[in-house]
Ligand binder design. Structure first.
Ligand SMILES: [Zn+2]
Length: 393
């Protein structure tokens, strides 16, 4: 090893340590330096050096002292979550969701507007105007904005930066630059279900593999296959998802909605018959309450027999698909999307069905409700910028 490579690896180690310290404090909040040193197995002088460096950069701050039973009181170190911000947009067929997040990665503010999607310049302008008016309500300074993430219900070709397919929006081969043309910040694009999976991934440290099933007005999915955090190199905004999701050869990985559940069954909007989407999308339920899914679950709770029968049928189909996913990947299955926001109260019913279908002894405990019930896709899209930035710390 020559001197230059020894020097390079020292820089890598320093950077790795700095990044670990920031991530730890960013996640856990107010801590003392001895706590940080112990949790990360670092020496006190290293932690002191790094925290001073990060305080100088405005990413951490000293915030009072901890009570002490004797001796010197330890100073408290807190993350400065508001050092940077990112926005996320979730484009659906009939709505636009907008969120603001900061380095904490949680939703600080969100709105949802009713607006029918159109493949027109007017619609792209509407996106930019919605963002501008939302931003002006937040008082976030422009220099703190890392960028905007846009989630779409379709296949995004990240190499060519094009929305190649969206059956839901009825558009094909639209350049991403066209969609973001009026937005004056760096823009990253992602599939909506992938984005929602990234939001879950960011919130949960306890698994490396999972399948995220998005049951919204269309069905999407994402396959989480978490690798170690990459550090020390300049990465694209997309890098985080590329490294932690199974994207596939053509960016179509995880299109669970178009896996056949019932051969020759109901006509799917994609052109095929019997796709899971036709049995698992949220409209299957909300069609009985004028598109209002919350109203469906309210009436289900009230015990109306017709609603109970529809729900049972829906759960039967869902269980078949989840059982398939479990056979495929033997990992957790997270139920998300619009229906995922209501599934918690019915998890035991779902697990009972899964136990019945399982011939390999699984008890169904691998199925979980999503933790983000609102605007998960918009948040996940915004997190592309947050994660890319944290990676450079
Ligand atoms: Zn289909």
């Amino acid at each position: 090893m020559d001197h230059s490579s020894i020097r390079a690896s020292n820089i890598d180690v320093k950077r790795l340590n700095r990044n670990r310290v920031f991530r730890y404090i960013n996640r856990h909040g107010r801590l003392s330096k001895p706590e940080i040193a112990q949790a990360l197995g670092m020496s006190s002088p290293t932690v002191l050096f790094i925290t001073n460096e990060l305080i100088e950069k405005g990413l951490l701050r000293e915030e009072g002292e901890f009570e002490s039973s004797g001796g010197r009181k330890a100073k408290a170190i807190s993350p400065n979550h508001d050092a940077r911000f990112a926005f996320g947009l979730d484009i659906t067929c009939n709505h636009l969701g907008v969120v603001l997040t900061n380095l904490s990665g949680v939703v600080i503010k969100h709105i949802r507007k009713k607006k029918r999607f159109e493949n027109t310049g007017q619609y792209w302008q509407f996106l930019a105007e919605s963002l501008t008016s939302f931003k002006s309500d937040t008082s976030v300074a422009d220099e703190k904005i890392l960028g905007v993430g846009i989630a779409l219900p379709g296949i995004i070709d990240m190499r060519r930066r094009r929305l190649t397919y969206s059956h839901v929006l009825n558009v094909f081969d639209v350049p991403c630059e066209e969609i973001s043309r009026d937005i004056p910040f760096p823009v990253a694009f992602t599939n909506d279900a992938n984005a929602a999976a990234l939001a879950e991934l960011n919130n949960r440290q306890d698994y490396t593999q999972a399948i995220y099933l998005s049951l919204s007005n269309s069905v999407g999915g994402a396959i989480i296959f978490r690798k170690d955090q990459f550090l020390g190199q300049k990465r694209d905004d997309d890098a985080w998802q590329n490294d932690n999701l199974l994207i596939g050869d053509n960016f179509k990985g995880g299109e669970i909605g178009h896996m056949a559940l019932i051969p020759g069954g109901k006509q799917c909007y994609c052109g095929k018959r019997g796709c899971f989407d036709s049995y698992g999308n949220a409209k299957i339920l909300s069609q009985f309450t004028d598109g209002n899914l919350e109203a469906f679950f309210r009436r289900l709770q009230e015990g109306e027999p017709a609603f109970k029968a529809e729900w049972e049928r829906y759960l039967d189909n869902l269980a078949y698909m989840i059982n398939n996913l479990r056979m495929l990947a033997d990992c957790k299955v997270i139920v998300g999307g619009y229906v995922g926001g209501f599934i918690e109260s019915y998890l035991e019913d779902l697990k009972a069905r899964l136990r019945f279908l399982d011939t390999f002894g699984d008890d169904g405990s691998y199925v979980e409700a999503c933790t983000y019930r609102f605007e998960a896709s918009a948040l996940g899209a915004a997190l592309l910028h947050i994660e890319a930035y944290i990676n450079t710390i």
